[in-house]
Every structure is written in C-alpha cells, then in structure tokens.
Design a protein around this ligand. Sequence first.
Ligand SMILES: [Zn+2]
Length: 466
Amino acid sequence: MEDRDLILRNVEVAGRPGQDVRLARGRIAEIGERLCGPGDSLDGRGGALLPGLVDHHIHLLASAARAQSALLERSRDAVEFERTLREALAARPAGAWLRATGYHERMAGDLDRDVLDRIAPGHRLRVQHQTGSLWILNSLALEKVTAQGAPPEAERDAAGRLTGRIWRGDAWLRARLANDPPDLSALGKTLTAHGITGLTDASATTDGQAAGLLAQAHRLGVLPQRLTLMSAGPLAAPEDGAFEVGPVKVLLDDARLLDLAAFVERIVEARPQGRAVAVHCVTAGELALTLAAFEIAGARPGDRVEHGGVIPADAIPVLKQLGLTVVTQPAFVFERGDRYLAEVDPAEQGDLYRCASLLAAGVPTAASSDAPYASPDPWSGIRAAIRRRTRDGQPIGTAEQVGPMTALNLYLGERRAPGGQATSIAPGAAADLCLLSAPLAEILAEPSAERVRATIVAGRVVFAAN
Ligand SMILES: [Zn+2]
C-alpha cells in the first residue's frame, strides 16, 4: 500500500474553522493554518474533519450475503411474504438456491419445510429468522445439506422427521453450502461512503476460513477499514495486521440458556488467550445470566454486553460495578420500534436499547449497527439515538435520548475500547478520518450519510463523494 502525503485544506477541527491538516506516513503530522508540505492537497471547503467512524458490532460476511438475498423484513403478512419469495425464485433457474432473510412469525406463523415446499417446490430455499438464530429449509435444501447426516441443531418432530428448522446452525450450514463466499466489495463501498474506518465483526461463527476471507478483502482494499474480529473459538491474528483478534463471543438464547457453570467456564477460558468476553444479550433473562456469570468469573476491562436489548433499571448499577461496556444499536428503535410498541409490555418499553441512562450511570456505552440485522448506516443510528422515534414517527423510550454530539461520540471510540474516550484528531494519531460537507453544527442538525465527503484510512483516501 503506497503512502502518499496529503494536506487537507480548510477543514474544521474540533470546532476550529480554517485549519489545514497534513498527513504523512499514514498518520496526522501537523495541524495549523496554511501548512506547507509535499504531496497532494484536498480542499475541505470548510467541512468538519472527524475521526473515522467505527462500527463496533457488525457481521461482515452475513451483510455481504444479504446483498444477494431476498429480503423479507418489509413483508407484513403471508401474502407479501410469499410474493417476495416467488419473485426472487422466478429470477433463478430451477434447482438453484435462494437465501431469504428477515423472517418473523407475524408474516406466516411458524415456518417448516412443508410450508416452504408449497412456495418453492423446485428450488433449494433457506429462510433465516430475523433474530439470526434460526434457519428454515425446504425439502430440496434439507436433502442437499443433510446428505451426510443432520446435526443435533436440526429439529425433529415427534415422529423423528426433520422439520427443516435448524437452530444456531450457521457454522454447520456454511460448511455444507458449496456456495462461493459472498462478495464483500459492495459492502466495503457502502461502509466507506458512510465515513467508517474501523469495524469490529461480532460473529461467533468466525473461524480461520472466514477470518481469511476478511483479511484477504482487507489486503486487496475491498474492505479498507481496520478490522477487529471476535470469534467463539481460538483465532490467531495474521502477522501483517490485516485484522486484530477481539473478544471471545458468547451467544445465549432464551430458548436454551447456556447453564451458568458452562458460561463461567467460557469466560475463564478466554483469559489465557488474552481476550475479553462479549456476550450477546437481547433479553432481560440473557442479561441476568450474563451479570451472574461475570460476578462469579470476574470481569475485566473490555468485557462487553452486546445489544443490551432489554436492561432493567436495577441492572444498571451492576453493569457499572462490573465495569462492563454496553455496545448497543440505536437504529433498532427506529427500524423495529413500531413492533416493540405493539409487542413489548409498556412497563418494559423504557428498558429497550437504553443509552442516556447508561451514560449517566457511568457505564461505557458505544454504538454499532448489528448489520445485516439493521442498516449499516451509522448516521441512521445517530439520528435514532437523538430522536428515539420509530419508523412511523412514534416516540419510544424518549428518556434515553442523547444530544447530537453524544450520539456521534458513540461511534468514535477505539475499536479496542468502545465506549471509552472518543478518538481525537491530533498529531501522531492514525490518519483515519471522515470529512464532512459542512461544519459539524450544521451536520448534527440533520445527520445523514449524504454529508460524508471523503473517508481516509491510514492517510489514503478510500472514498470521495462526487
Ligand atoms: Zn450481532
């Protein structure tokens, strides 16, 4: 990768207008007025220069695969669900695979192979539940992947017949699908256009092979962001630094909570690897178990609660006392808020995806997308954190609103210490930057990805708006 020096002219830095910022060897060399130096210059036209945004919890391969899938999220009922699938199937030759994501029972109830066989008798169809924890396959798909036997994750009915429902079977399924790995280039372009320069992939399923795909995409510049990868099992960082190894990811789900002793063991086992632990906690039950496990095993800085979907008020001081970081997804209150208002007990709606109350209690809090389960656009998350409005415009948990600067800061922490000190623009810091099209006060009045003018990683311009 070639390191060309670059001077960003006339940008706003930390509220100071009219600054020049000189980048050299991938770092910020100098900040001041009318700087001189070798290399190219880029006219910032008075726009704010920010540290590059970080998405602290994303699933990269799943997000790339989503781009090639039928998307069910917007289907309101069985008719729309079937129409979406039939349209996607009609565009594929008989026998081909179709992957569909974003299913929820409100569409057509509990799915099984028989329901899918009626819709797709001649294709291999697999449908993912919107939680990501369940796949439902039709008979042709099931036949293909179970040729060498079915895993314990595959549900059977009372008669012992496979129902097509496979819980938490991602790793098993992926190993059996001869599909080409998903193409990361469209996702990489989208993320750079959003001003993102750092990513933490939170997939428990990441193994050496998946990590290798991501590292290669990074080396080729397809995914120019700096990468941290979580995994459930051991993972080694490559010598060239294409990614760093992040926390051990622990998945729970209410349907079959990991028993406490086994959970404590997972935390204890992470320590000799030098790794923190990040726990998927969407429900109050998952959070209670997580807090109990950390109380027994002991928490260390960097341990994380992912999502914090439901955080009862009395759990907040425990989070603080244990020193756990919450990595939340503000955009869920926008994207799924109307359903939460309909389905979540009103007494618990204030516990959903908390933000302001965590910060007020001193709990380190950072934001992320959880893409593909929500949009990867951090600016949409920033808007949601400020406004706390559903897609239909209904307020939800407005006590958790934060100010625009606080919302932005949720995306500015270090990958290694989300929720800690926001990174700043200073000489010596890595030149991972996001240039906006106007001063920050103007941008924060109406945050939008369209205001990103350029994205710079290690001193290289990886995105420039037309
Ligand atoms: Zn996730």
